[in-house]
Design a protein around this ligand. Structure first.
Ligand code: ZN
Length: 135
């Protein structure tokens, strides 16, 4: 597979209203978009440094992946996302190498990217997201 770069860092937050201003107003990183990703029961709030993004993640309902993560480990870095050239090829190669991919098919993530997640068991402890930009 071909990795094109680090697309974003995903950060789990308890409360966007309280936590977003640090990124937006103190670090002064430009706000790009805010959207609810229904599939993942999450609101994503994205800031773009121009060279990699910060994706703040707030749970939209109890029991979601982000809610469980915060319960277990507290707020903080949740995943690292790499942009790939071809997500279907990436999934195929991962599976051939017995890497634990969380789904066989990509789903649609924030900003319309096709995304898939790799289980931390296969990566040394970090949840890894792969994303292919759609035109
Ligand atoms: Zn992400």
């Amino acid at each position: 597979m071909k990795i094109l770069g680090i697309e974003h860092l995903g950060i789990a937050v308890k409360d966007l209203e309280n936590d977003a201003p640090f990124w937006n107003h103190i670090l002064n990183i430009e706000h790009q978009s805010t959207e609810v990703v229904e599939d993942q029961s999450v609101t994503t709030d994205i800031y773009d440094t121009g060279n990699g993004k910060i994706e703040l993640l707030e749970s939209t309902k109890p029991g979601s992946a982000i809610a469980k993560f915060i319960e277990k480990r507290g707020a903080g870095i949740h995943h690292v996302c790499f942009e790939v050239e071809d997500i279907y090829l990436a999934i195929k190669e991962l599976k051939e190498n017995n890497i634990h991919v969380l789904s066989d098919e990509p789903s649609t993530g924030a900003e319309g990217y096709k995304v898939v997640f790799i289980h931390p068991k296969s990566t040394g402890g970090v949840l890894v997201e792969l994303a292919e930009k759609q035109n």
